[in-house]
Each structure stands twice: as structure tokens, then as C-alpha cells.
Design a protein around this ligand. Structure first.
Ligand SMILES: Nc1ncnc2c1ncn2[C@@H]1O[C@H](COP(=O)(O)OP(=O)(O)O)[C@@H](O)[C@H]1O
Ligand SMILES: [Mg+2]
Length: 158
């Protein structure tokens, strides 16, 4: 599935729609170059989940927990850009401990968080060569594992 997202606002909207698919125990991996829109998507997701605190790109913090204001699971937002490979590097974050009760979103998580669970939603954001607008992004979504085998990812497109 290739979803064309035409603006930062549309990316936020997609994050809000994504919130409707997610529940505690879900791991979302976000890929895409710097400035692709990973954090923008996560911000919309946080709004959709009704969590406290603005989702930002932390300069020093690797992970931030946003508790729910709506009785739902907290959002754990991880930016693994500065971390090396493997879950060992992130041991202090105790992601395995928080996952069952949280929605975890990881930017730059490839090669680092796969061992957490076989059930993952992998969202890739990229700019296609030749797009005339600076704001066009192409988003592909892949669900891995039993959790996502029958999920209707079509709701993510507007
Ligand atoms: N379609 C779009 N989706 C998301 N962000 C976009 C889009 N078009 C332009 N932008 C801009 O690109 C930047 C994306 O930044 P950010 O979400 O922090 O990226 P990342 O977390 O992937 O490094 C923001 O300044 C945003 O306004
Ligand atoms: Mg980011």
C-alpha cells in the first residue's frame, strides 16, 4: 500500500487515524530520512491517543513516555537515532517491560528493536524523486506477525 501524503497536516491526520488501530502491546517502527515526517506522524498519533505532552524531536532524550489522558495506553516515543545496534544498547529503557501496557513508536529502530516482538507495524516514509512539491511524502505500511495479519490498514489512507 502506497499512501500519498501531501502536507504536514495530512501526515498528522494519518497519525490520528493510526491511533484508532493501535492498542497496548503494539510496536510501530518508523523509517525514513531526517525530515521525512516520522515525528510529525507521531505527533498526530499522540493526539489521536489522547496523551499528555507534545510529541517533539528530543535533542537529548532518547525516549519519552506520554501518559494517556483518556484512560488508554501511554505512548512511548523512542528516537533511536543516536543509539547503536541491538536492544542491549537500549536496555536502560526497559522497552520489553513497558510494551505490554503501552503503544511504542520507534524512529530509527531498524536493527535495534526487532527482538522485542514479532508483531510489528512498519511504516516507511519517503520522498519520491520527481515530486514537484516539497511536501509530498509516500508512505508504505507493512504489518508483520499474527497481530496484523487481518488488520484493515486501508483506514490509514484518507
Ligand atoms: N507531507 C509531509 N509530512 C510530514 N512532514 C512534512 C510534510 N511536508 C513537509 N513536512 C515538513 O517536514 C518536516 C518533518 O520533520 P519531522 O517530522 O521532525 O521528520 P523526522 O522525524 O522524520 O526527522 C517538518 O518540518 C514538516 O513540516
Ligand atoms: Mg524525528
Amino acid at each position: 500500500m502506497d499512501i500519498v501524503v501531501g502536507s504536514p497536516e495530512a501526515m498528522g491526520d494519518m497519525g490520528r487515524r493510526l491511533a484508532g488501530l493501535l492498542r497496548a502491546g503494539d510496536l510501530v517502527m518508523l523509517s525514513g530520512e531526517l525530515g521525512a515526517g516520522k515525528t510529525t506522524l507521531t505527533r498526530g498519533l499522540g493526539e489521536g491517543l489522547g496523551v499528555r505532552g507534545a510529541v517533539t524531536s528530543p535533542t537529548f532524550v532518547i525516549a519519552r513516555v506520554h501518559p494517556s489522558l483518556a484512560g488508554g495506553p501511554p505512548l512511548v516515543h523512542v528516537d533511536a537515532y543516536r543509539l547503536g545496534g541491538g536492544l542491549d544498547e537500549m536496555e536502560d529503557l526497559d522497552l520489553d517491560v513497558s510494551l505490554p501496557d503501552s503503544v511504542i513508536v520507534v524512529e530509527w529502530g531498524e536493527g535495534k528493536v526487532e527482538e522485542l516482538t514479532d508483531d510489528r507495524l512498519h511504516i516507511r516514509i519517503h520522498r519520491a524523486v520527481g515530486d514537484t512539491s516539497d511536501e509530498v511524502r509516500h508512505v508504505t505500511v507493512t504489518g508483520l506477525g499474527q497481530r496484523w495479519a487481518t488488520a484493515d490498514l486501508g483506514v490509514l489512507s484518507a
